[in-house]
Write a protein that binds this ligand. Sequence first.
Ligand code: NAD
Length: 256
Amino acid sequence: MLNGKTALVTGSTSGIGLGIATTLAMHGARVMINGFGDVQGALAQVREHDSEAIYHGADMSKPAEVADMVRQCEAQLGACDILVNNAGIQHVALVEDFPAEKWDAIIAINLSSAFHAMRAALPGMKQRNWGRIVNLASVHGLVASASKSAYVAAKHGLVGLTKSAALENATTGVTVNAICPGWVLTPLVQKQVDARAAADGVDNEEAKRRLLAEKQPSLQFTTPAELAELVVFLCSPAAQNVRGVAWQVDGGWTAQ
Ligand code: NAD
């Protein structure tokens, strides 16, 4: 379905981003991945689907590197048709204990990087009159949890940025939407499971059960593959009039 299209997925060496990059490749897109850690392993996984996959090592906290990543995607793959702003980090602390540099890093990586990437990718998308921008926000773009002030602020900002850009492009072939997952079991969340296990003196399974029971009525984690299929739908012709949504995939979290 995505044959002939190109996709750039930020933060795609792990977790949700890797799932999205792999699924887009499975559907025929040529993909640029980004992020830290096991780059070769991630490239190998995305290439399993015989689609071209390349890598850019931009640090999402650095605006010039973000812009260069988009330029390189256009130069090396011919275009940036699909942009998935997924890179993100978390830090958990009360406001008064929150290190200022962690606040700055979370705002830069979880919010400002999406602005810088969209700013660089939109002119080409508008010129071709086709584009799909999908921003990985969170239920924390819609509701808050204690001790996640920077993350909640960044994700609320990302939902707002999504709506504004969707309106600016409403009469074009470029759509801009956000996805708002609840708990997804990735390395980002495993750290919170570990912290919960240590705090409550329980094992990994019990810590996962407690985290889910607190917020997610389905008592199940969403998987990266499930989120990736939603991205594929948002890239499909059937979604051409889905614009500016913040689409929960949260097991009922925000229905409460
Ligand atoms: P993860 O930790 O598994 O992956 C994060 C990715 O971002 C990695 O590839 C990492 O290398 C990359 N990254 C981190 N800092 C970067 C930087 N400065 N520059 C470039 N890349 C960087 O996390 P995940 O759970 O897959 O999260 C992906 C996105 O989904 C994030 O935006 C997160 O906020 C969001 N999200 C996650 C959950 C969840 O439950 N896991 C829920 C809602 C939203």
